[in-house]
Ligand binder design. Structure first.
Ligand SMILES: Nc1ncnc2c1ncn2[C@@H]1O[C@H](COP(=O)(O)OP(=O)(O)OP(=O)(O)O)[C@@H](O)[C@H]1O
Length: 295
């Protein structure tokens, strides 16, 4: 990936080199020609509140798909369910044709679907490089096999360090590798979160609000990295609130409201969809409208 290529695609409205959504209707739950992820009847309630109630959802391989919706729509809960960090009440889902029900987050990640996590307080006290190494798959060192296998642990560590440094170089964080992750700027933290997720060589990356708290100067660079993931053959599913970002880089957009998929389609379909406008305006203007009615 050259940085020129990154800049060229960043923030542009042009679709990827191949239109992988050709002929797909903008209908909630529509089947995709080559889905990498399929979810069916996925439900999760908290007490009496139904947070997620997705009848059917497919994510097309090799695309950037945005998951959007008003606050409390169930986006994070759906992310957590699909990646094994929360338990469904009902439903099933598969990744690359393999059923994932019941698998924990670590095993889901090993199967090739990873999600980014915000840097927790504990992780901010580790160096950037240690953050990367912690994210590596199958850390033999953690298994305490004993000193007679240390040579093997060291071999793994060397390979991981090489991979970590290559990724840090790609995300322009190599010169920060021995600094505490907590010293990074908001945008650099987002880059580290993305770089960490790539340590396990995934085929699908799920990004949770990749632009939150990012200085506008770094937004273009982050957008470039996201489009580069797709251009490298990965599938990207991301949750984001910034509409310019969403409309600018998404091949496909899925809209969640009250836990359900109420619309999906290309950016131009979503912009023109009255249900989407209503879902957003309804959520944003509910209070002032009610207040006015009371006068
Ligand atoms: N652990 C939990 N316990 C109880 N309620 C929860 C829990 N997690 C989520 N919820 C509720 O489920 C609903 C969906 O929440 P979720 O965080 O998934 O929405 P979201 O679309 O990600 O919202 P936001 O855009 O504000 O992050 C909300 O009403 C939320 O209060």
């Amino acid at each position: 990936m050259s940085s020129d290529a990154t800049e060229a695609t960043a923030g542009g409205t042009a679709p990827g080199p191949v239109d992988r959504m050709a002929g797909v209707a903008a209908t909630p739950g529509v089947a995709k020609p080559d889905p990498i992820l399929k979810a069916h009847g996925v439900r999760r309630s908290f007490g009496g509140l139904t947070a997620v109630d997705v009848e059917h959802l497919e994510v097309q391989r090799g695309t950037i798909t945005a998951l959007i919706g008003p606050n409390g729509a169930g986006k994070s809960t759906l992310f957590n369910l699909l990646t094994g960090f929360d338990r469904v009440d009902a439903g099933e889902w598969s990744f690359e044709g393999r059923r994932l029900n019941g698998l924990g987050g670590h095993r889901v990640a090993r199967s090739g679907m990873v999600r980014t996590f915000q840097l927790t307080k504990a992780l901010t006290r580790l160096t950037v490089l240690d953050n990367m190494l912690l994210a590596a798959q199958g850390q033999l060192g953690e298994r305490m096999w004993g000193s007679f296998l240390r040579w093997r642990w060291r071999g793994q560590e060397r390979a991981n360090i090489e991979r970590a440094e290559a990724l840090l170089d790609r995300f322009k964080l190599l010169d920060k590798r021995h600094e505490m992750a907590g010293s990074l700027s908001g945008g650099q933290r987002k880059l580290l979160e993305m770089a960490r997720s790539l340590m396990v060589d995934p085929s699908m990356v799920m990004l949770d609000e990749p632009m939150a708290g990012v200085n506008p100067a770094l937004v273009q660079s982050l957008l470039g990295h996201i489009t580069a993931l797709r251009d490298d053959g990965m599938t990207v599913l991301f949750v984001e609130h910034d509409m310019d970002v969403i409309m600018g880089i998404s091949d496909w957009i899925v809209v969640l409201a009250q836990g359900q998929v109420i619309a999906e389609g290309r950016p131009e379909d979503i912009r023109a969809d009255q249900r989407v406008v209503d879902a957003y305006l309804g959520a944003r203007h509910a209070e002032p409208a009610d207040a006015e009615e009371g006068r």
